[in-house]
Design a protein around this ligand. Structure first.
Ligand code: S3P
Length: 192
């Protein structure tokens, strides 16, 4: 569970990446494989604010949402053995990337714009994509954020991969990285 500041473990896996790259589904599957807990920074924000993400954007604006997101990310180093999915825009501030790296290994999931569009087109929960031409908007936002996503410790293109394949790639990466290479649970859960 949560740890105090002095006992920071960095035993967490933080998933970053654009909307629709698979952070939630991969994060849940990865957490199950590792026996870790799963949490999403958007859920932390909604719980603390007592409103949904679309309500926060509509009533308080994106800038306020970004402040709440920064606060949620600042609290991540208190978690231990969590898979943490962050919102797609979390990387736009270097401060957030620094905080996430402080809490664990930062893995970016990426995908081609067309694949992202197919995955999210029926979902109305994302205020930034409620525009007449969502694919164009996805391309613009990706272009703006690309350099930030590349600051992750590892980048995995999920466009052609199944959830299990993405999970296996992440586990293969963890095996070479402290402190995960010292956790025995990886081998016993790795079936590939
Ligand atoms: C956002 C992504 C969303 C959510 C908010 C803003 C973004 O999270 O944080 O709608 O700026 O890309 P998901 O990536 O989980 O959809």
């Amino acid at each position: 569970m949560r740890k105090t500041e002095t006992k920071r473990s960095r035993n967490n896996i933080i998933l970053v990446g654009f909307m629709g790259t698979g952070k939630t589904v991969v994060g849940n599957a990865l957490a199950r494989r590792l026996g870790f807990n799963y949490i999403d920074t958007d859920d932390i924000i909604e719980k603390r604010a007592g409103k949904t993400i679309p309500e926060i954007f509509a009533e308080d604006g994106e800038a306020h949402f970004r402040q709440l997101e920064k606060k949620a990310i600042r609290s991540l180093s208190h978690y231990d053995k969590y898979v943490i999915a962050s919102g797609g825009g979390a990387v736009i501030f270097d401060e957030n990337i620094k905080q996430m790296k402080n809490a664990g290994v930062v893995i970016c999931l990426s995908a081609r714009p067309e694949v992202i569009y197919e995955r999210i087109k029926h979902n109305t929960y994302r205020p930034l994509l409620r525009v007449p031409d969502p694919l164009q908007r996805i391309k613009e936002l990706l272009a703006q954020r690309q350099a930030q996503y590349e600051k992750a410790d590892v980048v995995i293109d999920t466009s052609e991969l199944s959830v299990d394949e993405v999970v296996n790639s992440i586990i293969a990466e963890l095996k070479n990285r402290k402190p995960f290479n010292e956790l025995e649970l990886l081998d016993s859960h790795h079936s590939a």
